[in-house]
Design a binder for this molecule. Structure first.
Ligand code: PMP
Length: 449
């Protein structure tokens, strides 16, 4: 496999090496090990169309990365492209506000039930602002986040370890100091102890933030737990923040809030809604969003902003191209009562079920879990080599291993994809990497619902 990959990616490796001295790109060193270093490079692609990518070596791939989940209609989707091009001919300038911003805020509000909506440039930024307005509103300073979650690159989340005494996240990443983490409790997701901890520390906790379904563990869909979190936070003046950067506009138009029937105080969105352009959205209850601008007032009377606002800003917030792409995305998603998402999620469900059946009937120690159109292979031990075998067979999964299907993954492409996955397993079995144990692996999709 190794030699074949090296031949397949000769130009890609050359390119990576040529620019390494100048281009500082951590993805090209992610998970570095001396044994795997020759296979450590990111695909370099200059064309993408529908569900396919094309690299500079001239190889074609079925894309399972789909812009880290930001491309829901397929690459180079014509209606989206047209909307962006039309906006480009009018203006892509920032400074004044695009007339599209108010319209988009209204439409997001009506799709999600959020009372107010604010625009930023990335999920990281949205989550950062969500925490800030939660602290400003509750007048407390600590936050709770959960193990297994990913909330972007804001410093206060950059740890995977908890101090057993204080329960604060523990310094792990160079440059992220303990003093920053001393406002971030890092607790187990789904455990009753975490709920007890939150109750006990209610007086210093401003916010509990959660990915309702963690992208790294999509089979765990803790409906009851989310309701419990909602009750405890509501009773204790703690903001409940749903980070729906992945689940939002994917599980349905109303996101995980609708799916689980839980209303958070603040919700963050990104990815899908931007139609592939950079966006981060903070939405939610007036009580919290008012901390961004002081709240509602009107001309012609003596009303004034009644809330003391914190500070939020950004050169590229409300970027006209992102606003245009988002409006078009929402328009497409809203057609026929959100049928596109229902169909895509059903297709993903069926696809994952078929593959799980294939894995278990062959006795392979592999399985897939999914939520909406996101899925992950569960690849214990050496089975992570599956991703290299897939790459060799023309299937691209990025190094974070979250996989996404899009509406451009037609039934025909899904059949091809399934064949490539099955073929990859068989090749790994022949190479002695994957052994058929003859045991069925239990498939716990939707456990703990
Ligand atoms: N929250 C979640 C749940 C995410 O998955 C991500 C990114 N994958 C982020 C926040 C950060 O978003 P961005 O990469 O746009 O900063």
């Amino acid at each position: 496999m190794r030699q074949q990959l090296l031949e397949k990616h000769r130009l890609t490796k050359q390119h990576t090496q040529d620019y390494r001295r100048c281009l500082a790109l951590n993805r090209n060193a992610a998970g570095f090990s001396p044994e795997m270093k020759e296979l450590l490079y990111t695909l370099v692609c200059n064309r993408a169309e529908g569900a396919h990518l094309y690299d500079i070596d001239g190889n074609e791939y079925i894309d399972l990365t789909m812009g880290f989940g930001s491309i829901l209609f397929g690459h180079n989707h014509r209606p989206l492209r047209k909307a962006i091009e039309e906006q480009l001919t009018k203006s892509w300038s920032v400074g004044p506000i695009s007339p599209l911003a108010g319209k988009l805020a209204r439409e997001i509000s009506s799709a999600t039930g959020a009372e107010r909506v604010a625009f930023f440039n990335s999920g990281t930024e949205a989550v950062m602002v969500a925490l800030r307005i939660a602290k400003a509103t509750t007048k407390k300073k600590n936050i709770v986040f959960f193990k297994g979650a990913y909330h972007g690159t804001f410093d206060c989340f950059l740890s995977l370890k908890t101090d057993p005494v204080t329960h604060f996240a523990k310094e792990m990443v160079p440059g992220v100091t303990q003093s920053i983490l001393n406002e971030s409790y890092l607790l187990e997701y789904g455990s009753d102890e975490s709920l007890e901890f939150i109750k006990k520390h209610k007086d210093d906790i401003a916010a509990v933030i959660t990915e309702p379904v963690q992208s790294r563990n999509p089979g765990f869909q803790p409906r009851k737990y989310l309701h419990e979190l909602r009750n405890i936070t509501a009773e204790n003046n703690i903001a409940l923040i749903f980070d729906e950067v992945i689940t939002g506009f994917r599980i349905g138009l109303g996101g995980a809030q609708d799916f689980f029937d839980v209303r958070a105080d603040i919700v963050t969105y990104g990815k899908v809604i931007g139609g592939g352009l950079p966006i981060g959205i903070v939405a939610g209850k007036t009580q919290f969003l008012d901390a961004t601008d002081g709240g509602y007032w009107q001309y012609g009377d003596n009303s004034i902003p009644s809330v003391k606002a914190t500070f939020v800003a950004g050169t590229f917030c409300h970027h006209p191209l992102a606003m245009a792409a988002s409006l078009k995305t929402l328009e497409i998603l809203s057609r026929h009562d959100g049928k596109l998402l229902t169909d895509l999620n059903d297709a993903t469900n069926a696809f994952c079920a078929r593959l799980n059946c294939f894995f278990s009937s062959n006795g392979y120690q592999l399985s897939i879990s999914h939520f909406a159109s996101l899925f992950r292979f569960n690849t214990p031990g050496k089975l992570h080599l599956l991703y290299y075998q897939l790459l060799l067979n023309g299937v691209y999964v990025w190094e974070g291993r979250n996989c996404f299907l899009s509406s451009a993954h037609t039934p025909g492409i899904l059949v091809m994809l399934e064949e490539k996955i099955q073929q990859s397993c068989q090749q790994m079995e022949e190479a002695g990497i994957l052994t058929a144990k003859g045991v069925s692996i239990p498939y716990h999709q939707k456990e703990n619902v």
